[in-house]
Ligand binder design. Sequence first.
Ligand SMILES: Cc1cc2nc3c(=O)[nH]c(=O)nc-3n(C[C@H](O)[C@H](O)[C@H](O)COP(=O)(O)OP(=O)(O)OC[C@H]3O[C@@H](n4cnc5c(N)ncnc54)[C@H](O)[C@@H]3O)c2cc1C
Length: 565
Amino acid sequence: MQGGNSKQTPRDGAVVIIGGGPCGLMLAIELGRRNIPTVLLEEKVQPSRFPSANATQARTMEHYRRLGFAEKVRARGLPPDYPTDIAYFTRYTKYELARFSLPSAQQAREIVKTLTGSWSAAELPHRVSQIFVEDVLREEAAALPSVSLRTGWRMTAMRDNGAHVVVEIERSDGSEQATLRAAYAVGADGGGSPTRKLLGFDYVGESGAVRDFMGGRMFAIHIRSPRLYEVIPYPRAWMYWAVNRQRRAFMPSVNGRDEFTFHTQLRAGEKADQISDAQAKAMFRDSLGAEMDVEIIGRSTWNAGYTLVAEKFQHGRIFLGGDAAHLFTPTGGLGYNTAVEDAVNLGWKLAAVLKGWGGPALLGSYETERQALARRNTTYARGFADSVGLYVPPAELEDDSPSGEAARKKAGDHFNYHARFEFNIPGITFGGRYDGSPIVVGDGTAPPPDKPNEYVPTACPGGRAPHLWLGDGRSLYDTLGFEFTLLRFGRNPPDAAPFQVEAQARGLPLTVVDIAADEARDLYEADLVLIRPDQIVAWRGNASVDAARILRQASGYQDLKSAYP
Ligand SMILES: Cc1cc2nc3c(=O)[nH]c(=O)nc-3n(C[C@H](O)[C@H](O)[C@H](O)COP(=O)(O)OP(=O)(O)OC[C@H]3O[C@@H](n4cnc5c(N)ncnc54)[C@H](O)[C@@H]3O)c2cc1C
């Protein structure tokens, strides 16, 4: 941590995080768990209560499990027995076109232990509004002694002077100014990112996609209606879609009782700030297909049609993460999940460098690894937006006639296919990889092809460590150490001592875990596997002879140039 003049530096941190959304909070937790002095600035005095993200992907839940609060998150949002179906209607009270049935939170807890193949995982997804997840993240971050959450404070300027970062801050009401000094700063400050603008980095990609739906300016209302479930004559769903020529919309249930968020796309000439509450309610009634009043709790606007990734994620001691580094169309539910994974990736690396065991290539690997992932994930999200949004409802879709029925059958086929394409994505969530990263020690094998809906478990270095339920019912992940882990498989595993000696010499925290089950050895196809703190396979092999070289590279001591042929 930087020292300094206490007048100019009222509260220093080793890391200053700008932004208290999911990315900033998760990063604060990763750093705080490692006792890194961290200051998080959030300009909002009170967190937003407008629900935006609705889906926590399985991989994000696995990270919450690693940190010990997955169950706390799974207990929030919808009631435990509430189905998480995705259902498509012409209008919510008219014809149901398609439905993809998915388990409740309670069922998810049970069935995950029985799944293999693509869904071989420690956790399944959890359909929960971002407001509830952020509550948990905030509680977890606030409980960490080395983390200082400064809500109602904003970053106004920042400079990297080579030795440290100077961050100018002020209270959101302008009543007080201060200066912070830190070793590193991270802009997790959302789509408008002042940090990204300050660094002069543009987003690169597509920003104005036009589609019949999910391509344009969106208008959203958070509504309360205790009667809505009575009025909709179909089984409950988590996500309700309306498909018609007048008012397309999607509407996730927020609490499974009486709160929903209704999102529709504005037409040419419709301006969000000119829409009265009465008009907003009429929009909702158009999608409902029935007369019913609702209470409007809040309203918001957002843009669908972004596929954007920042041209750089780092400049010197300043980093970007989350929406500040990439903007999605929310199809597939990947924006917040990608933001959380940025924080996971950067958190252990910053801590390792600050503690002295991370080498010079470690921080640079953040951009190498996460920018490629952001391009991949934003591209997948665009594909989902095209699949749902380029579909144009035919004129006869709502007709009570044979041609109407035929049109609904065809629409049903499309949306039954689409729902599985967009909402069953183990390949995206588990299959993200860091091939070519300077801190991954490749073994010459090729990973399985990247597919959105299929995940092939593989211990090919650079990807998520394949998951396994052990004979005693534990998740393999629950046996891993918090930093690096050396897994030893088989009844007579190779000697771990060269790794342990080298790790000790470097001050690198290493846990050795022995797993005798043949199934585990078969899954990993090696006797020894080195797992990173973010559960990515760093290396696999059958002997410890190269332990020094392997640990050096995995902890960022490899010269960047020599890592790329
Ligand atoms: C309708 C909708 C549905 C969505 N659904 C999903 C979904 O299902 N799944 C999914 O993964 N994603 C979804 N997303 C995307 C998700 O909401 C975002 O990707 C996510 O919030 C990004 O988190 P973040 O922490 O990077 O940024 P943000 O959540 O935007 O947080 C940034 C924070 O920085 C603060 N800030 C800004 N400037 C400053 C400053 N100068 N000083 C201090 N603080 C500052 C802001 O107040 C804000 O709190 C959805 C988005 C929308 C709009």
